[in-house]
Design a protein around this ligand. Structure first.
Ligand code: ZN
Length: 139
C-alpha cells in the first residue's frame, strides 16, 4: 500500500480494483484515484522513468515521493543506480499540479497561468500532471 495520497497527502487509502494490470487505490479523503506498482516487490519501470524525469526537472526526493507514491529512499536508490547527476538550475524551482482533463484545459485557457513559463504535461494515473517553471520571467 502507498503511504499516503499523492494529491492531499492523507493516509486514508483503500484498494479500488486493478486497471491495466496495476493496483488502483482510492483516497477516501479527497476521492482521488491513483495507481502504483502491481502487487509484489518489483516496481514498474514506468515509475522509475517518471521518478528520474522529475528528479532531473529539479524536484526533491520528497516531492517525488508524494507524486509517484514510492518512498524517497527508493527514489534516492534509483538516482544512484542510474548514476544520475542533475545539472544546476539554481534560479528556478518547478511547481507541479495534478489536474483532471477539464481542469487542465481551464488552467491553460487562462494565458496568465502559462505566459513566461516552461510547462510539461504528463499522464498521471487517470489525471494529468503539469510541471511548471517560471524560468523565463525576469527576477
Ligand atoms: Zn487524497
Amino acid at each position: 500500500m502507498p503511504n499516503s495520497c499523492p494529491k492531499c497527502n492523507e493516509k486514508n487509502i483503500v484498494k479500488s480494483g486493478i486497471i491495466k494490470e496495476r493496483q488502483r487505490f482510492l483516497c477516501k479523503d479527497c476521492n482521488y484515484y491513483f495507481t502504483v506498482k502491481k502487487l509484489g516487490k518489483k516496481i514498474d519501470d514506468y515509475f522509475v522513468t517518471k521518478g528520474l524525469q522529475l528528479y532531473l526537472e529539479g524536484l526533491s526526493y520528497r516531492e517525488i515521493e508524494r507524486i509517484i507514491g514510492v518512498s524517497h529512499n527508493t527514489v534516492s536508490s534509483w538516482i544512484k543506480k542510474y548514476n544520475i547527476t542533475r545539472p544546476p538550475h539554481s534560479d528556478f524551482h518547478p511547481v507541479y499540479k495534478v489536474f483532471k482533463q477539464n481542469e487542465l484545459l481551464e488552467y491553460i485557457a487562462n494565458e496568465k497561468n502559462i505566459k513566461g513559463s516552461g510547462l510539461l504535461i504528463t499522464e498521471f494515473g487517470d489525471k494529468y500532471m503539469m510541471i511548471k517553471w517560471e524560468r523565463f520571467k525576469d527576477k
